[in-house]
Write a protein of this length. Structure first.
Length: 167
């Protein structure tokens, strides 16, 4: 039997019981998300600046425009790989991001209380973005879900059997 029933958004196996006082509050998670979002925007801003500054510098030169486009594309690719590593793999291994550390939070496996691991961290980073490309309101529902969930979990947390708890 699957650990996740799509008809019932409560986990069939609640795993390690966490004291409700240990579970991260929605406000803490929102502040952590904003900190991480601003960091991510800063990283993606670098290739954007390169693109616009390069385009302004080369003007109508076709060869220069192509070089600037390739440089910006490489920059965006590098920023995406960095985000995947930092907010996906690394968060899965350590259980933290800069926003979570600042808020005193950590990501844990719902059953063991330990960090969930790199693969689940990557999935937790990647899957919401993929689902949101098909179902545009998924992110809104996902980030608001902890407001009424008994374990303060996002829908994504339920999919990957994770919790965000206080240190």
């Amino acid at each position: 039997m699957s650990d996740f029933d799509f008809g019932n958004l409560e986990s069939s196996d609640l795993g390690k019981p966490f004291d409700p006082a240990e579970l991260a509050r929605w406000g803490q998670r929102a502040v952590a998300l904003l900190i991480d979002l601003f960091l991510s925007i800063g990283v993606f801003l670098i290739p954007t600046i390169v693109l616009f500054a390069g385009a302004a510098a080369v003007g109508d030169d076709d060869a220069g425009s192509g070089a600037v486009a390739v440089l910006a594309l490489v920059g965006y690719l590098a920023a995406t790989v960095w985000s995947l590593w930092f907010f996906g793999y690394r968060q899965g291994i350590t259980g933290t991001t800069p926003g979570k550390r600042q808020q005193g939070l950590r990501l844990v496996d719902a059953e063991t209380g330990r960090p969930p691991g790199g693969a689940r961290g990557v999935g937790r980073w990647l899957v919401p973005g993929l689902i949101n490309t098909v179902v545009g309101v998924y992110s809104i529902i996902d980030y608001l879900w902890p407001l009424w969930d008994v374990r303060n979990q996002r829908v994504t947390d339920k999919m990957f059997r994770t919790l965000v708890v206080g240190d």
